[in-house]
Design a protein around this ligand. Sequence first.
Ligand code: ASP
Length: 404
Amino acid sequence: MKKKLSLPMQILIALIAGIVVGLVCYFGGFASFTANYLKPFGDIFVNLLKFIVVPVVLLSMIDGILSMNDMRKVGSVGIKTVAYFLCTTAIACVIGLVFANIFNGAGLFPVLDAASAEYEAKEFGGFMSTLVSIFPTNMWKSFTDANMLQVIVISLFLGGSILAAGERAKLCRDVVSSAYAVIEKLMGFIISLAPIGVFTYMAWVVATQGSEILVSLLLVIVCAYLGYIVHAVVVYSLSAKIFVGMSPIKFFKGAFAAMIFAFTSTSSAATLPVSKECAAELGAEDDIASFVLPLGSTINMDGTAIYQCVATVFLASCANIHLTIGQMIIVVVTATLASIGTAGVSGAGMIMLAMVLEALGIPVAYIGLIVAVDRIFDMGRTCLNVTGDIACSVCVTKWEGKRK
Ligand code: ASP
């Protein structure tokens, strides 16, 4: 009897096949084939993921809150989760800055002429107005705009209110759990298509970005990837080891499917269904993972923080600005906030980089120098972002005394 390949295995094969086809198209000179005929299938897949992301986050969080059955427990899980996210993100910023300064100090960063940089940044209203905007005025608008921070606030309020209403909210509880069961089935189907998405996107990236990788920005990319790898190995696998007693190999093996998926899709939100499966495989409790993962895919972005630190040091050096220790501290604070504000979608981290640059007086148009290779940075940072969410769900499960 033929055994069906597991999803992580299928994804791995799709990844390798995508790289091979991408290289053939790149060297064969028909890169446009991948853009015109392969990428659209990846786009269909990502569209499907985007279409379920709002119901998944909404229902998963409410369902998680209802299964905890006690607002005190939600508070306890919430505090531990946010504490883990903030600490790891601050460490990520430090790692990013250390690597960027080593590379910069050793003269490894190229000096690019900013005259060619063209980038139009969007205005940031400042911290207080960002805080206000998290609270929705119109629930449906939050859904149609896929404004995930607002969707999270709505989930917290609705989940808490259903709990508070007790017996009278029984119908609502049943509706949520039944709707979530339907969405889970749909998610399962969409995830089974993941190898198609991974294959087509990988072939497209390799075929179309190949030449760009080879040019001057290679060392900046290497610097960011070193930061990503060190953070994953040191912070995540160590926290899984220290707090949960799980070996790094077991951790990365369990998180593998979500990591590869995030790497190719460049969207934490889109990877959410796969992250849930991986977290369950690693022993995270269902109600905790249902709460931690959607929250993490919206606010926990350690890869993005590392990228923003590396990019800031690099662009500062292009602008001939030498960052002082005080300015580095500003980078840590603003990159942490910017990564929290970054949406879990492709390319969002680069848009939020503008906030960090603005805080330091570096011309935002300089982002134009790295925009062409953003996808390469994004693949690694999303992979790290998602790994952090999974590590957090496993640790919080342990801290809540749920894991043997
Ligand atoms: N693409 C990243 C994510 O979804 C966000 C970013 O652009 O940094 O996690």
